[in-house]
Ligand binder design. Structure first.
Ligand SMILES: [Zn+2]
Length: 389
């Protein structure tokens, strides 16, 4: 059993250890050390990262009271220098301790329990067995959590000799271990059995920010970020906010109002554009209806697929025509008739488009497909030509 230095001092970033065992797995080596500063993955928290004898540590896990360090290269020396990635350890401690604080508040304020914790590179979530958590509740919990940070309370770990001793502690979750019991207490905030790494005081957690909440299996999944992660998140969001201010000549007080006004303006312009387009469509409709051929094919270098659909519908009210209309800018084909032809447009697309990289479909009277190139469209037209005439 290796000595767990990370339990004695979470701020230790380097140590010299002796290799007491190496075994080879498929593509990596599992190394056992006499003492380690690497905390293993546990309870939703990933293990430490860093190097052993210069080799990057892939993962750290505990099995049968032994701590295994997975490395891609076996250490050359018996005595090895171990270094943890401190930025990563601090990130884990900040967010894990933030989880303790948030869980403790949900428990004391709403008798709700944290049923699951996941800490990934991008997202951190906890599942609270409570439904209908409103924005007001989230804001209240967030404010109390940050007050706990400002109070800079000690985060204490007590190691118990037996399960019976646990009765002295106001645990928010029943014990699920019988040996090596560590109780982590933030006085008046949280008390729970936990074997993770924690900072000495709550002040080290930094900002606690709840990002969003969503329904999850009859519970609520809460996304949050703490410490440096929360600061980086703020920096990214602040940068994009500043760009929005510039774009809309706005500030934090009138940005939404300006966006809504702009949206209204856009809707009006779209309406006007549609009216103008409608009169232009008439010219196209006349060109189609002037000819005697019941089959009409045309490539448009300006219109998109929505334009083509509108043109087709205008034609269908007066004429029995089979239309093959092509939009060059969207590399799309529209097949259309008003029911006067025994041709299934959707089936033509389904049968001939996929082989040419085309994607789409539709009904018997109208179907459309988008192609990767104009050449693919030409090949498609060749293939369907003798099927429709
Ligand atoms: Zn913990």
């Amino acid at each position: 059993m290796s000595v767990k230095l990370y339990e004695k001092d979470v701020y230790l970033t380097e140590c010299t250890s002796h290799v007491i065992g190496i075994s080879q797995e498929k593509d990596h080596f599992l190394v056992l050390l006499d003492q380690t500063i690497f905390s293993p993955r546990a309870g939703g928290q990933p293990g430490d990262t860093g190097t052993i004898d210069g080799s990057p540590v892939i993962s750290v896990f505990e099995k049968n009271e032994k701590i295994y360090h997975a490395l891609s290269k076996a250490p050359k020396n018996k005595e090895v220098l171990c270094k943890i990635n401190w930025a990563n350890r601090l990130d884990m401690m900040q967010n894990h301790c933030g989880e303790h604080i948030l869980s403790g508040i949900f428990f004391s304020e709403y008798h709700a329990t944290n049923k699951g914790f996941h800490m990934g590179n991008d997202t951190i979530t906890m599942d609270i067995n409570m439904q209908n958590i409103t924005d007001e509740i989230l804001r209240k919990v967030e404010n109390i959590a940050n007050d706990v940070v400002y109070a800079n309370l000690p985060v204490e770990t007590n190691i118990l000799k037996s399960v019976h001793e646990a009765g002295r502690y106001p645990l928010r979750k029943p014990l699920n271990v019988t040996e090596d019991i560590k109780i982590v207490t933030i006085n008046g905030v949280d008390c729970v059995a936990c074997c993770g790494t924690h900072p000495f005081r709550t002040g080290e957690v930094g900002i606690i920010k709840i990002l969003k909440a969503e329904n999850y299996k009859g519970m609520t999944r809460i996304y949050f970020k703490c410490g440096k992660r929360a600061l980086e998140d703020y920096q990214i969001k602040h940068d994009s906010q500043m760009q929005l201010y510039q774009l809309f000549s706005a500030n934090e007080l009138n940005l939404m109002e300006k966006i809504k006004k702009e949206e209204q303006k856009n809707q009006e312009i779209k309406k006007q554009l549609l009216e103008i387009k409608d009169s232009i469509y008439e010219t196209e409709v006349n060109k189609i209806t002037e000819g005697f051929d019941r089959f009409y094919l045309h490539k448009y270098s300006f219109y998109d697929m929505n334009d083509l659909k509108r043109i087709a519908k205008k034609v269908s009210t007066t004429e029995d025509k089979f239309l093959t209309l092509i939009s060059i800018p969207e590399k799309g084909v529209l097949l259309f008739h008003n029911g006067g032809f025994n041709i299934h447009c959707g089936n033509l697309i389904k049968e001939y488009a996929p082989d040419l990289g085309g994607k789409g479909g539709g009904s018997d009277k109208m179907a459309q497909a988008a192609f990767p190139s104009v050449e693919a469209i030409d090949k498609f037209l060749e293939k369907i030509d003798n099927k429709i005439r």
